[in-house]
Ligand binder design. Sequence first.
Ligand SMILES: [Mn+2]
Length: 310
Amino acid sequence: MNIQILNKIREYDRIVLFRHVNPDLDCLGAQFGLYQWLTDNFNDKKISLAGDFDFDIVNLFKFHDFQKVSDDAGDYLAIVMDTANYDRIDGDVSKAKEIIKIDHHIVVDSFGHINLELFSSSTCEILANLVKEFGLILTKETARLFYIGIIGDSNRFLYDSTTPATFKAAIALLETGINITGIYDELYLKDAKDLEIKKYIYNKYQVKGNVAYFILNQEDLDALDITREKGSDNVNLLAGIKEFKIWVAITQDTLHGNYRVSMRSRNKDVRQVAEKFNGGGHRQAAGARVRDLGEVEQLLEMLKELAENE
Ligand SMILES: [Mn+2]
């Protein structure tokens, strides 16, 4: 299948790269990294990116020099990455002539003409191993972008989705000479305001059985002067505590009139609970959307039971 993918890339003059809505480090790393790789290797092709880039997380990549897909584009090859189901694609993929899907989630919807669906730490891991296998130009810049995706989704090789193939990908990327401490500084160095957020959350978190959680209502977000996404990003402040098998960030989304729930676990399949509340994700990291605090309570009860099961 891998050679089929390379042949399709060779066949098309126009290629548009897609990923999921609400972008994370993995899908952006995949999109930017593959863009860079295609540009380095096929400079006669028109490569562009689809989706909304108006997010803070985009700035972390320091990757600005790319073409966005134009509205009149059609008959192109679409490569859709890190997106388990068609509905979650950011942008209109309907004008693509063919679709290649490359993803590491549980397979729910094989919407591509070619579907490369592998259980992996990240989509960037799949892509790094793929381009390594192709043996074409792999620059430091492509490597840097894929590396960010891998460490984002594996939490720096911490989750149990990390396999020998993850390290194989990391080897290929490190061999280009990327500076990984520089990458970590860009991603993880905090400022004093983050310390205030930490203080607030550590004062406010609650416990239900083996589940720790915090709720940030709009007034909390206002008091801290942060976005809902930023509040939710702090979920791992409650990680790494023996008694807490599941930890959760609940943030009010006033724009959509609901609450967003971000859950993490050690060895508990939180995705099955997320799926009952308009969500999904991975075994140890999933997200959901609930209507109100009453539903938040129901969800927390389910997580509490899940945490108790052996
Ligand atoms: Mn991913």
